[in-house]
Design a protein around this ligand. Structure first.
Ligand SMILES: [Zn+2]
Ligand SMILES: [Zn+2]
Ligand SMILES: [Zn+2]
Length: 235
């Protein structure tokens, strides 16, 4: 059975509050959104074997899961414009600012999310990874249990346990968001399937200037009453 309850978090089932904006979400927190994203990524990496054959993939999944369980990585806040990235590269002459040996390929926030040049440095992949490992808070017994739980219940199962674990989630979520918007009253129900009857349109629109009519109430065909002979009054 694939779990999903409308108006509840797709990842943890917590009830979602009313959202006043049309920009609705299907998760209760950023951490839940990122957890589901890592689960999907991990399921794909297990299925195609890359989790075992490619250390970068395995490392990426582990780091992303740790971030997600810690409340989510501030990816959006940390995105840098191209001209800032170029300034960091120029400042370091393209060389890793840590080991001063390797080619610098990754831009690192020295501390916190500030996008200002003094807080940015150019690192090689190895130095960047070493720093990330060092900064990663040590796994608490609770987070270890949580990771094991997610792994056995959601990654190592052939059928997705939750709808948000499925590979089709990204396509499905568009429709699910639209349905949630409808339930929250953000989008007026579409009315173009409704068949207008002769009575429901104004006499002016259908019969030009002849409005002194008693209309018959027959469903319109191509916007025009099929039975004008039933109208009473001057035609
Ligand atoms: Zn949640
Ligand atoms: Zn380096
Ligand atoms: Zn009519």
């Amino acid at each position: 059975m694939t779990a999903f309850t409308p108006d509840h978090c797709a990842n943890c089932d917590a009830a979602l509050p009313f959202q006043p904006s049309k920009n609705v979400t299907l998760y209760c927190t950023e951490g839940c959104r990122q957890t589901a994203k890592v689960i999907r990524k991990a399921r794909v990496a297990m299925a195609n074997g890359k989790f075992f054959t490619n250390p970068d993939v395995r490392y990426g999944v582990q780091i992303a899961l740790a971030h997600a369980l810690a409340g989510g990585y501030a990816g959006k806040a940390r995105r840098l414009p191209p001209e800032v990235k170029q300034a960091v590269r120029d400042q370091a002459d393209g060389v890793c600012e840590q080991c001063q040996e390797q080619l610098g390929t990754e831009i690192d926030h020295i501390d916190g999310d500030s996008p200002e040049l003094p807080n940015l440095q150019l690192l090689c992949a190895r130095c960047h990874r070493a720093k990330t490992d060092l900064r990663m808070p040590p796994a608490t017994p609770e987070s270890r249990t949580r990771i094991e739980e997610l792994w056995t219940m959601r990654v190592l199962v052939s059928e997705p346990a939750r709808l948000c674990d499925s590979e089709e989630w990204n396509d499905m979520s568009t429709r699910l968001k639209q349905e949630r918007r409808l339930r929250l009253g953000h989008v007026p129900k579409k009315s173009h399937h409704k068949i207008l009857t002769c009575e429901e349109v104004t006499g002016t629109a259908v019969f030009g200037s002849l409005v002194a009519l008693t209309l018959c109430g027959t469903p319109l065909r191509d916007g025009v009453c099929p039975t004008p002979e039933r109208h009473q009054g001057d035609a």
